[in-house]
Design a protein around this ligand. Structure first.
Ligand code: BEZ
Ligand code: FE
Length: 304
């Protein structure tokens, strides 16, 4: 009989998993068990704390719906999503593309398609109209024609359409395509900063840590073109008071922008504009891509 003392139980759990046929699953679970057990030993985890942790994770799962991914939100506020993003960015890139940022829990597939210059706002809720324009290029600066660019953001009240819990309702999101020279031109409203959803278990947890729960105003962007690594990023408004303390760690300097009038090459002179050029990295041989996030409706268990 093995000696299942505070170290022996770890060795025995690892031994039982050692025959896992999938080598990557074996590697991940071996490290997970070692770190999890070490964590419990380090904090001398007590039974009531262990149970509170399980109750918390249960509540996180129960808060998930086709419109809300509370587990991704948890990963975000722990900095895990940002870490996975940063590691994914650094791996196997033949040349530096645009920095990535979080997909977040409010992405939806199949947003409405728009022609260049059209607005993503389905209804007028106010806010300062701005344009976003620029070029999509490869890492050497060559134009990428017919790239698909998805953008999504909050409306002027600081809410995403998904927060209305209505699958039919899409607003403040859209898909555009680059022209033959790789150029794009979109119209939207300047996004305001907003709070992550605070009415669930993750929000309560953030409050217990005395954190503000705010994200600086931003526009989410997803750029896709055949043969290139998918680019998931966001542009952050430089004048937002929380630009330096994003609660989900999404901001990098290279993604901070300010809409301004009089930008050279702006397709409209009457509106403040953001010019931003996106650079795509080629997919490395055998690379299948990978997105740190998902449409919440696609993460629900299949119906019986
Ligand atoms: C967002 O930007 O939409 C977001 C990202 C992480 C957590 C909550 C919201
Ligand atoms: Fe967002």
């Amino acid at each position: 009989m093995p000696d299942l003392d505070r170290m022996g139980v770890t060795a025995e759990a690892l031994a039982q998993m050692a025959k896992t046929p999938d080598p990557r699953l074996r590697e991940i679970m071996d490290a997970a068990i070692r770190h999890l057990h070490e964590f419990a030993r380090e904090v001398e985890l007590k039974p009531d704390e262990w149970l509170a942790g399980i109750a918390f994770l249960t509540a996180v799962g129960q808060a998930c719906t086709p419109f809300r991914q509370e587990f991704i939100l948890l990963s975000d506020v722990l900095g895990l999503s940002r870490l996975v993003n940063v590691m994914h960015d650094a791996k196997g890139r033949e040349a530096a593309g645009t920095e990535t940022s979080l997909l977040g829990p409010f992405f939806r597939e199949k947003a409405p398609e728009f022609a260049a210059g059209e607005s993503i706002a389905a209804t007028d809720k106010g806010g300062e109209e701005i344009i976003l324009f620029g070029e999509v290029t490869d890492a050497e600066g060559r134009a990428v024609a017919d790239a698909e660019i998805d953008i999504w953001q909050v409306d002027a009240t600081g809410l995403y359409d998904l927060q209305a819990n209505d699958a039919e309702h899409m607003d403040m999101r859209g898909r555009y395509r680059t022209d033959a020279q790789g150029r794009f031109h979109m119209r939207t409203v300047k996004p305001i900063g907003y709070s992550i959803p605070m009415d669930g278990p993750v929000g309560q947890f953030v409050q217990k840590q005395d954190r503000h729960g705010m994200r600086p105003g931003h526009i989410h962007i997803l750029v896709q073109a055949p043969g290139y690594r998918e680019l998931v990023t966001a542009l952050y408004m430089g004048d937002d008071p929380n630009i330096g303390s994003d609660t989900v760690f999404g901001v990098s300097d290279s993604l901070v922008v300010m809409p301004r009038r009089g930008q050279p090459g702006a397709p409209r002179a009457d509106l403040p504009a953001i010019r931003y050029d996106f650079r795509l990295s080629r997919l490395a041989a055998g690379e299948s891509g990978g997105r740190v996030g998902a449409d919440p409706s696609q993460m629900m268990p299949a119906a019986e």
